[in-house]
Ligand binder design. Sequence first.
Ligand SMILES: *Cc1c(COP(=O)(O)O)cnc(C)c1O
Length: 426
Amino acid sequence: MLESGQLFLKSRALIPGGVNSPARAFKAVGGQPFFVRQARGSHLTDVDGTKYIDYVCTWGPAILGHSHKAVVEAIYAAAKNGISFGTPTALEVEMAQTIRGMVPSIEKVRMVNSGTEATMSCIRLARGFTKRDIIVKFAGCYHGHVDSLLVKAGSGALTYGQPDSAGIPRVLAELTRVLPFNNPDAVRETFRREGRAIAAVILEPVPANAGLYLPVPGFLEELRRLCDHYGALLIFDEVMTGFRLAPGGAQEIFGVCPDLTALGKVIGGGLPVGAFGGRADIMDYLSPDGPVYQAGTLSGNPLSLTAGLTQLRELQKIDGWKRLEKTGCSLEKAILECIQGKPLTFHRIGSMFCLYFTPHSVCNLSDAQKSDLSAFRKFFQVCLRHGVYLPPSQFETSFLSTAHTLEDIQHTAKIVANALQTVGAC
Ligand SMILES: *Cc1c(COP(=O)(O)O)cnc(C)c1O
C-alpha cells in the first residue's frame, strides 16, 4: 500500500474523518487524500514522491506559491527574536498601517488567528454597535464555522450536505436570515419587513465557497444603500478575496465600501492569521475601550505577522496582482479553448477560477447546484492521476499563485482537455 494510504488508515483511527478540516477529505470525489511531504512554488510532492501542480494553494494563502524564499527567511529571522510575547509589538502597528494603506474602508483593525474568528468578531461587534440581533447572509456563502453563520453555508459544509450544521441552537439560527445571492428584490423585501431589527448584512462580495460566481452589476451597491437606509452594517467577508483580487480586495474592484471587513488567508502568508477592521467609530466599540468583548492569547503573533507582511511586501514589489491577472488570462484562454462547444461554464476573476459542469449561467447557489457532480468527480480524478491537483469539490474555488508558470498552464490545459474527453462532457 502507498504511504499516503497507510497514513490515512492511521489518521482515520485518531482524527475524525482522518482530517483536521473536512474540505481536505476526498469524500466528494471518492478515493483518499494524499499526504504532502513538501511544497515548493506551484508544486506539491506527496509522501510517495508523486508531484502535482497545485491549484489549491493551501486554500488561498499561498499567493506567492509555496515556501517563497523571502517569507521562509523572514520567519526564521523573526523566530530568533522570540516566538510569542503576549505584549504589544511594533509589528502589529506596522501590520495595521499596511492594512489601512491597502484597504481604504479600514480605519482601525484588530488581528485574530483565523478567518472564522474574524467573521465571528464582526457579527458580535455589529450586534453590539447597532443593539440589534438579526444577521442577513446569503445561501452558499461560507464565513467559517461560526454558529450564527453555519446556516445554508458553503465550502465543506455544502460539499458534505451539512449547510445547516447540527449543534447550532435553534434560537441562534432563528436570528439568521438566508437570502439568495444576486437577488436584490429578496433583500429589499427582508429589509421592508424587519429592517429596523437587522444588525448587519454579511457576504462574500465574490462568493467563492460554492464554486465561484460574481455579483451582478448593482447588487453590492443596493446592499450598501439598504444598509444605510435602515441603519444596518455592511460586512464584507474578504477572507478569501482580500489582498488576492487586488491590494484592496473585492471592495476596490467593485467600488463599494463596507462598514466592516473580515480578512484572513493571504494576510498570514501561510501561518494562522485573521483580521477584521473598518470604521473607527465601530471598531472603538471593542474592548478595552468599548463594551464588545474580543480577545486572543496569540493574536498578533510575531511570526504570523512577519510572514504576512513579507508576503504583502513581496506582492507589491513584483506587482503580483498584475502578474496574476496575466497568468489568469492565459489559463482562461486555454480552458475556454478546451471547453468550446461543451456544456460547461467557466468563471474567472484574477487568480481565482472554477469550472462548472452545466451549460447554464451560474450566479447563485441553486445555479451552482445544477452542476453535474458525477462528471466533476471523474474530471477531478483524471486530472489528479495526471498530476494536476484541483480542489476536491465542485463547491470550492481554484487558485493561481505568482509561482505558476506559463509552462504549468500549458501543461494543465492539455491535462484538462484530455480529462474532459475521458469524462465525455462533449
Ligand atoms: C476560509 C474562509 C473563512 C474561514 O477562514 P478560516 O481561517 O478557515 O477560519 C471565512 N470566510 C471565507 C470567505 C473563507 O473563504
